[in-house]
Design a protein around this ligand. Structure first.
Ligand SMILES: [Zn+2]
Length: 593
């Protein structure tokens, strides 16, 4: 199939192009709506009657829908042609205008947050207001941790020169780093790709070079990290958060004990998952132990089977259909209406994503499909996001805000269904082994490795309480955590000691990483329940759950499936799936000799 035959998305459901007169009209409407909001309600929210308050929230939601339409169109129009100056300028221009017009409406959530408790609950007694309860409660989530207004203003101003400045220094320093392999210079993203080269000597050079460059900049990164951790501790203490992780958990709407249960369950499986897998991987790579940088190496005997676009669509929709014809129907629209941009092109952004859109619009998916097995799974993944977005938007634009820990459920689940289909279609044992090994490799990177990162940052934040950590000490923690999580078949030594600053989440979003693991483990547990066949109408209940992720807490969502995330058995159920795949790998390996 030629590249030009692959479908591109059609953005005309939004605008006929950047010169569509509707763009100017919508900008004017957005400016008008926000100005009107300020005129009608600023300083008056607490004095409104419930019906008037509900109307105000509806106006606010309406303004947000227009803003999303404009902003997302400008973004989507740009990402497939980053080399087109007109498209880039249009995006910047729209964004600047929206920020400018949006300022008038900033008061709105601040005033909701300032409502006295009795007033707030009186509003919620009104049926029209109660519709927005999920969103309103999210707005007020951090209220108990708010400081006096002048203190908040001071912290906001000071953030520019404290946490914000350190993050910026980290970003600017990282983006300037150059890695040299065989006389050629690489940036962060490029050097990481070399770790997946089939040639072990290329991987070794890249792995050692990454460590060398990080070591060279290690003192600066150590200083920055110490400052970021301390800055967070200062704010946390003032706000009354009991632990460094507490604010993140509040934002993710998950209890501290649940995260701890996840972390403990995963750590207990390091040996039976990572330990066993890397033993096999070492054997496949023809070594006794693998190097740290060989963890994601391709298997030397993997074939590079290619999949056509039509074939991939059929495969993915087939897998969806087998699970639920309803889910397939939700998915089919993406293909029949050109909501997906498929081929890589000059100037198009790399990677893949699903972009949510408020009703009455629909999500768009961007891929860079070249027909690798992984591209088929990526299609399944992004399409899973797309279907989830279409199902959950029924709760309204403001209410539709799925927390991090649930945002990857539909995508990872869809990927799992498709993986099973791919596997079923293979009859060659070697091909099966390669597919399962790639899946397990991914699962370890998500479920186990992110918890190792989590343990690392938990230790650093805890030790920082009694003073700054030296570079040597941070590296020690890193080595200890890596050794434990990877097991005895991966060499963790001086050559990977300094690379912890590569994990940008440590700097950008402390305690973010566990969400990756929690999402993956949650899906695996859910998938196990599906396989067991003990829940009647599983697929319908699953789709119902997806439609509620913005408005219900995860514990309520899991209840129909008999699952409780507070218990270690919940997480072990999911982790058991990875162990089962490793059993299969061991059996296949034995069979192939
Ligand atoms: Zn995703």
């Amino acid at each position: 199939m030629k590249k030009t035959e692959l479908p591109a998305w059609d953005l005309r459901d939004l605008y006929d192009g950047i010169n569509d007169p509707q763009v100017e009209k919508d900008l004017a409407q957005y400016a008008g709506l926000t100005a009107e909001l300020a005129k009608k309600y600023k300083g008056k929210l607490s004095g409104l009657a419930p019906a008037a308050f509900a109307a105000a929230v509806r106006d606010y939601e309406q303004a947000g829908i227009i803003a999303s339409k404009l902003g997302i169109f400008a973004y989507l129009n740009m990402v497939t042609q980053m080399n087109n100056q007109v498209a880039v300028a249009f995006y910047q221009n729209i964004n600047e205008k929206m920020t400018e017009y949006g300022k008038a409406a900033i008061f709105f959530t601040l005033e909701i947050n300032a409502l006295p408790e009795e007033k707030f609950s009186a509003f919620l007694d009104d049926k029209a207001v109660a519709y927005y309860k999920p969103w309103l409660e999210k707005v007020r989530l951090f209220k108990p941790y708010e400081l006096a207004e002048d203190m908040e203003a001071l912290l906001a101003d000071k953030a520019l020169t404290s946490s914000g400045a350190w993050v910026r220094l980290y970003d600017e320093t990282s983006s300037k780093l150059k890695y040299i392999v065989d006389g050629k210079a690489y940036n962060d993203a490029e050097i990481s790709k070399l770790l997946q080269d089939k040639d072990p000597s290329v991987r070794e050079k890249a792995g050692k070079e990454m460590n060398r460059v990080q070591k060279e900049n290690g003192e600066l990164f150590t200083f920055i990290y110490n400052m970021i951790v301390k800055d967070k501790a200062i704010s946390d203490e003032k706000r009354g958060f009991k632990s460094p992780i507490a604010s993140r958990n509040l934002d993710n709407m998950v209890e501290d004990e649940v995260v701890e249960a996840l972390s403990q369950a995963v750590q207990a499986k390091y040996q039976s998952i990572a330990g066993r897998f890397y033993k096999l991987k070492a054997k496949w790579l023809g070594k006794e132990k693998i190097q740290y940088w060989d963890r994601n190496a391709p298997l030397p005997f993997s074939d590079d089977k290619k999949y056509g676009w039509e074939e991939s669509v059929k495969l993915v929709l087939g897998a969806y259909n087998e699970f639920s014809p309803k889910l397939r129907r939700v998915a089919e629209d993406f293909f029949s209406h050109d909501w997906i941009d498929v081929p890589p092109r000059e100037g198009k952004r790399s990677g893949a994503f699903a972009m949510p859109m408020p009703s009455p619009y629909h999500p768009y998916l961007m891929l860079n499909f070249v027909g690798k097995q992984n591209d088929v799974l990526t299609l399944a993944h992004e399409l899973g996001h797309g279907c989830h977005m279409r199902l959950s938007i029924r709760q309204g634009d403001l209410n539709d805000d799925t927390p991090l820990t649930l945002a990857e459920v539909a995508s990872v689940f869809a990927e799992m269904l498709t993986f099973q289909s791919l596997l079923k279609n293979l009859d060659d044992d070697r091909a099966k082994l390669c597919l399962i090994a790639a899946k397990v490799n991914d699962m370890i990177n998500t479920s186990l490795r992110q918890i190792a990162f989590h343990v690392f940052e938990t230790k650093v934040h805890a030790e920082r309480k009694s003073g700054e950590l030296s570079q040597e000490r941070i590296c020690e923690i890193w080595l200890e955590v890596m050794r434990e999580s990877l097991g005895e078949y991966v060499i963790v030594d001086e050559d990977s000691k300094y690379i912890w600053p590569i994990v940008s989440h440590f700097f950008h979003s402390p305690f973010y990483v566990y969400a990756y693991s929690s999402a993956d483990c949650l899906v695996n547990s859910l998938y196990q329940v599906y396989r067991e066949g003990t829940i009647a109408d599983f697929a319908d209940k699953y789709l119902e759950m997806l439609s509620q992720t913005g408005v219900k807490r995860y514990d309520a969502l899991l209840k129909p499936f008999g699952l409780d995330a507070h218990e270690a058995s919940f997480w072990n159920k999911g982790l058991g799936l990875i162990e089962e795949y490793i059993d299969q790998l061991e059996a296949l390996d034995k069979k192939l000799g």
